[in-house]
Structure formats: structure tokens, C-alpha cells
Design a protein around this ligand. Sequence first.
Ligand code: CO
Length: 140
Amino acid sequence: MGVTGIDHVGIAVESLNEAIPFYRDRLGLEYIGTEEVPDQKVRVAMFAAGESRIELLEPTSPDSPIAAALEKRGPGIHHIAYSVDDVRSKVGSLVGMGVRMIDREPREGAGGAMIAFIHPSDSGRVLTELCQHTHSDKDS
Ligand code: CO
């Protein structure tokens, strides 16, 4: 039920095509791939940074949460995701402590991970994601 590390940092960008070269070619992070997550109306580009990852998020629709974040604050750090070994029990434990969740039920995020967001009103305005990897997505 513990937190085992920082899984990734999510960064909102206007354009993956414009943002990818900095992370891949200049910073030299390993580019894992790009996928669409229709549920969140985003396209996601993933990079490996040692044990952690960088997740670039581009909105695919004006009503995407990422479009709203870009409009409000511009491009930049959007959320921090912690690795947990059991996201369902972690959510249950937080709810038991009275912590407000955006997701009381874990849902599928990028790479097939199961994720849940804590409501920023209860995490000092830092949008915080819990992320549990399944076996299949760790291999990819
Ligand atoms: Co994320």
C-alpha cells in the first residue's frame, strides 16, 4: 500500500511535435512512444528518465482538461504521479482519511496503467496522480 517512487511528471504542451525534440534530441531522454488516451482527450508522449518518466500531454479537443490547463496557466508542469503497488487500496485509505479524490474508482491511463487523481484542493493545489503498473505495460 506504499508509495514506491515518482512514476512520472506530467507536462502540458500545446504541441507534441514541437515539444518532443527538446526532450529527445537536446535533453537526450529515451523516447518511449506516443499514444492517444481518448478518455482524457489527450495525446501522450512518454520518455524514460532513469526509473521515472516524463509524460507530455497535448489536448485533442477544446474540452480536454489539458486544454483548460493550457488556457488557464499556459504550458508547464501539470501533475506529479507516484507509483503505488495497489492503487485501489491506496484510494480506499485516502478516502478513509477524508481526502477528496477526483477518481474514487481507478481508471485506465497511458500505457495501460491503473490511475487515480487526488483532488487538488486536498493536495496543496499540486495535482497528484497515483499510478499502478500492470505487468504488460512495464514490459512495453
Ligand atoms: Co500522468
